[in-house]
Design a protein around this ligand. Structure first.
Ligand code: FES
Length: 395
């Protein structure tokens, strides 16, 4: 990481806007007498939001406001990379993590892209003033390395191609989708699950990762506990469990149009059944063997009807990688997904190594809407170009 110094050109002075001054006074007053210095990060951050970067006059002004030595405020501003000590790009300032995990996973290639596209040196504006970049230390997203932070968002599991696409999106004035840029759910395994294959006890009894429930997180149970994310085998199209008493689970179907009731004993039995089937397989069983053990491989088409496949990436949760996998299974159209039976859903959940994801993201419900010519909120964002589903291309 480069030495962090104040920019060689500084403005004449600094003053908070009347609105920000009122906010700063109120913020300082929250601290006990003699402890006002604790507000230093808040004030610097507000000043940076106002000016676009952290200037020397701003540092001096805040030091005076907080009755601190200038060097103390300078120490804070130069320590944290959240404070920009030089003007940054109008559209994006790219902070490339260069710490070991990211470096081992390709951070140098991301840095090289920034050097080529923005400026050979960090902390310099691109020719059009829209971009700037710098290298920073670990930003705490190591499991999805390599990554960058742009403004307040992180972009993870990057390749030079996906970072380039992100910069293109900022260039066009839009905001790319933050988070993993591959078919990874948060920091879940990017490929087949290799740990936690044993099933811990869940809300429906023994059952677990592979057999855990397809109910919406946080659904309140009558016993006061919460329902966890996951899936409920045998409960096709389940959207949420809204009630659990000692006799039954009340389940709202994915389209929220109907309510059905299932005996928790049945759910538990189904869940245990799947867990037992997976447990019986050898450790090195392939994804297909594991999927075959719990469900049925969906019947696919030889090729897209009329040679024209649907853009499955319009379904939230299906990126380029999963779309390719689905196409390889002969699944090209929304109606094929909408018509999947429960055994096929279970098969695909295991095969794609994201048990429960199809339910959590309600692929069937989305597919039903899209197959009938409707548009989901997510598809609308894809159509408007707000979501770069093409970013899922590289894994
Ligand atoms: S090493 Fe890059 S986020 Fe931690």
């Amino acid at each position: 990481m480069a030495v962090r110094r104040l920019h060689h050109e500084q403005p004449e002075g600094f003053a908070f806007s009347p609105e920000n001054q009122a906010w700063a006074d109120a913020t300082i007053s929250k601290y006990p007498q003699g402890k006002q210095a604790s507000a230093v990060i808040l004030l610097l951050w507000r000043g940076q939001e106002q000016e676009g970067w952290t200037t020397e006059p701003m540092i001096e002004h805040i030091a005076e406001m907080l009755d601190m030595a200038k060097i103390r405020v300078l120490e804070v501003a130069t320590f944290y990379t959240m404070f920009q000590l030089a003007p940054v790009g109008r559209k994006a300032h790219v902070q490339v993590c260069g710490t070991t995990p990211c470096m081992l996973r390709g951070a140098e290639d991301l840095r090289a892209l920034c050097q080529k596209r923005i400026h050979p040196d960090p902390h310099h504006l691109s020719a059009d003033g829209n971009f700037s970049w710098e290298e920073v230390e670990c930003l705490g997203v190591c499991v999805n390395a390599p990554m960058v932070q742009i403004w307040k968002d992180t972009y993870e599991d990057l390749t030079p191609a996906s970072l380039e696409a992100i910069l293109d999106t900022f260039e066009s004035g839009k905001k790319p989708r933050p988070g993993p840029q591959i078919d990874r759910h948060f920091s879940a395994p990017a490929d087949e699950i290799t740990t936690l294959r044993e099933v811990p006890r869940g809300p429906f009894g023994d059952g677990g990762y592979a057999g855990k429930s397809s109910v919406t997180a946080g659904a309140a149970l009558t016993d006061g506990s919460d329902v966890m994310d996951g899936y409920a085998p045998g409960a096709a199209d389940v959207k949420a469990v809204t009630q659990l008493d000692d006799a039954s689970v009340t389940i709202v179907d994915a389209d929220a149009s109907t309510v059905s009731t299932r005996d928790p004993g049945v759910l538990e039995a189904e869940e245990s059944d799947i867990a037992a089937k997976l447990d019986a397989l050898p450790e090195d069983a392939s994804a297909e063997d594991r999927a075959n053990a719990v469900g049925n491989r969906p019947a696919g088409l030889e090729q897209p009807r009329n040679g024209q496949a649907d853009d499955l990436k319009r379904i939230k949760g299906i990126g380029r990688v999963n779309e390719n996998k689905l196409n390889a299974l002969g699944i090209y159209h929304f109606d094929q997904i909408a018509d999947l039976g429960r055994p096929e859903v279970l098969w695909m959940g295991i095969y794609l190594a994201f048990p429960g994801r199809i339910d959590r993201e309600d692929w069937l419900g989305q597919a039903r809407t899209l197959a009938s010519g409707g548009v989901t909120e997510f598809a609308d964002r894809v159509d408007a170009g707000e979501v770069e589903s093409s970013l899922d291309e590289e894994t």
